[in-house]
Design a protein around this ligand. Structure first.
Ligand code: NAD
Length: 354
């Protein structure tokens, strides 16, 4: 592996640490990008990387992304991320999680972990046996924030879509607005349910066709093959599955005036933000519209630190800032001639003092 500080994704990260424990089989990378606004907060990804250099790139890139996401969500948190390098069998053991929890604890609160791809709420509970620097734990009280961030991310995406429809189409109601949703998992499925409640017309797609079909049946929506969803003529294309879908080919295929969805890292490269704007497509920067989950788990964490109760209503009040922030980004993009992703990046960099 190359020295990490020579990687193109290295961006003056404050801490990059490799933890290896032969007995439990744990190999993990911790990356803290910025602690300007608070401790580095961001989930733990459990993934099998064919090449360990890819794990390092993910840790560097995702921790910087968390600095931007937390700053734009108005949270007193910096950006951090942990990556556990799973074996080809993707085996995860209690010992591995215990050693991982000890490693989080050893960072003394500089890094706060949560759930990400490959980790579950139960894993977070196991890690919490070893460290207090963890969040996304199931709530013991009804009506309290906590646990799976997916539904909160979906709520933020739904509010962001409403704001985009108002900004681009001048419509204050979603009744009859056609939204094509790519990915009907936790975020995409949750968003679809909220949109359906408002009378939106939905076309759903998932590589697991049965999953999309079942939700379509439940909501009275249409479904489409996964490889055709980007071609659907609609008002909003909402990506909620993969990253890097907005590349030259993907952008050329789009038949929607708005792209607003929860997937991380939607733009394949920097130039694809301006490419969307050049086609007259309004883009909701991913790390702004999908901040609902980190808002929920951070409020839960902060309340636990002070012994306070964090209710769902507090989370919802903070989620309401997502459409406001998006609207401010689109207004600045309009007046400055820059694309929304460029405006968002500049705002985030200002907030983290870079
Ligand atoms: P999930 O695993 O619950 O759902 C993802 C769905 O996408 C699955 O049903 C999968 O079959 C489907 N899918 C995968 N590839 C596809 C393709 N090519 N075409 C259509 N469907 C495809 O995951 P999730 O938690 O809903 O996360 C979705 C996205 O949102 C990811 O990019 C994730 O990083 C991002 N995100 C999630 C959260 C959260 O709180 N869960 C927060 C921020 C961002």
């Amino acid at each position: 592996m190359k020295a990490f500080w020579t990687e193109p994704d290295f961006d003056d990260h404050e801490l990059v640490e490799l933890v290896h424990d032969r007995k439990s089989g744990l190999t993990a990378i911790f990356a803290i990008h910025s602690s300007h606004l608070g401790p580095g907060a961001g989930g733990t990804r459990f993934w099998h990387y064919p090449d360990p250099a890819m794990a390092m790139r993910d840790a560097l890139r995702l921790s910087r992304g968390m600095s931007y996401k937390n700053a734009m969500a108005g949270l007193p948190m910096g950006g951090g991320k942990a990556v556990i390098l799973a074996g080809p069998d993707r085996a995860k053991s209690p010992d591995m999680l215990a050693v991982f929890g000890d490693a989080v604890d050893a960072l003394g609160g500089r890094y706060i972990t949560a759930e990400d791809v490959g980790m579950s709420e139960a894993d977070m509970v196991a890690i919490a046996q070893r460290t207090a620097y963890v969040t996304g734990l199931p709530s013991k009280h009804s009506g309290a924030a906590g646990g799976d961030p997916g539904p909160f991310t979906a709520m933020g995406v739904y509010l962001g879509i409403k704001a985009a429809v108002s900004c681009k189409l001048g419509r204050e109601s979603l009744d009859g607005v056609h939204v094509a949703i790519q990915g009907t998992g936790s975020v995409g499925g949750g968003t679809a349910r909220l949109l359906a409640r408002d009378g939106a017309r939905l076309t759903l797609a998932d590589i697991d066709r049965a999953r999309a079909d079942a939700l379509a049946k439940e909501l009275g929506a249409a479904s489409a093959p996964a490889d055709a969803i980007m071609d659907v003529a609609c008002d909003v294309f909402s990506p909620n599955a993969l990253g890097a879908i907005l590349d030259d080919e993907g952008i050329a295929r789009l038949a929607a005036p708005i792209v607003a969805g929860g997937a991380n890292n939607q733009l394949a490269r920097e130039e694809h933000g301006p490419a969307l704007a050049a086609r007259g497509i309004l883009y909701a920067p991913d790390y702004v519209i999908n901040g609902g989950g980190i808002i929920a788990v951070t409020l839960e964490y902060l309340a636990r630190q002070t012994g306070d109760h964090c209710g769902i209503e507090q989370v919802h009040a903070k989620l309401a800032e997502i459409p406001e922030r998006l609207t401010a980004i689109w207004q600045e993009a309009e007046s400055s001639g820059r694309s929304p992703d460029q405006v968002a990046d500049a705002m985030a960099q200002r907030l983290i003092g870079r």
